[in-house]
Ligand binder design. Sequence first.
Ligand SMILES: Nc1ncnc2c1ncn2[C@@H]1O[C@H](COP(=O)(O)OP(=O)(O)OP(=O)(O)O)[C@@H](O)[C@H]1O
Ligand SMILES: [Mg+2]
Length: 269
Amino acid sequence: MNRSSPGEPLTHNDNAHHELIIRVRDLDLWYGESQALHGIDLDLYRNNVTALIGPSGCGKSTFLRCLNRMNDLIPSVRVKGSVEMEGRDVNDARTDEVALRRLVGMVFQKPNPFPKSIYDNVAYAPRMHDLVSRKPDVDDLVEQALRDAGLWDEVKDKLKQPGTSLSGGQQQRLCIARAIAVRPEVILMDEPTSALDPISTATIEDLMDRLKLQFTIVTVTHNMQQAARVADYTAFFHLGEVVEYNDTKTMFSNPATKRAEDYITGRYG
Ligand SMILES: Nc1ncnc2c1ncn2[C@@H]1O[C@H](COP(=O)(O)OP(=O)(O)OP(=O)(O)O)[C@@H](O)[C@H]1O
Ligand SMILES: [Mg+2]
């Protein structure tokens, strides 16, 4: 049995795994004087897709960036509270952020392949992290990542072409291949399909369904149908707080709070 926060028990779902991977407690974040996250408590489960939903500016991207310390790159940011991954505090000074970002990869709203070949987009990080060095091993890894990202058949004959020569949907799958090539534990996705057409969106949604067998996915979306389709758990953010966190079925069929219900049914947001 899982609890999201005191007083809000999660409904047990026999089909889902419940192994905790990331545990967030009492997380506050400020940009300068302005507080963007307020006392976030959230448990994220291995091999599940968790969707973060909520109106623009409620802190979804800010929260996502706390999970791999991307906020460190913004000088005005101050954080309090804990983000534990597999029992280790990611904000501990001893946690190496390069290693952390290998374990917690990220895919952004706008596909952003490196200005390199399709092959090198995927091979770059595994080489940098010394996961592979022999050419045949790199070849195998590139092929596997592209297969796992559902892109191999479309690119296998043009691996030397620039990543930017692909369509938007293909570029996003290339970015997913790049993220999974270093075998992360967790993949963060910030509105990964909002720049894509409906067919590419459906392809990525199918992909998320398969990738969660190997990885843990935390995704932000403004698309309620998408959250309902792909997510095992959904967290509703509002004004920098997690107002409700539940298994997706319950969240969408029987939300516990009026704010979540109003948002899900499109009454605001
Ligand atoms: N780099 C930054 N510097 C200062 N304030 C920021 C910065 N990034 C975000 N904020 C502020 O933090 C709050 C949360 O923003 P955030 O981008 O996390 O929201 P969001 O839920 O991802 O919104 P959207 O759905 O529009 O992407 C907002 O008030 C925003 O203005
Ligand atoms: Mg955002």
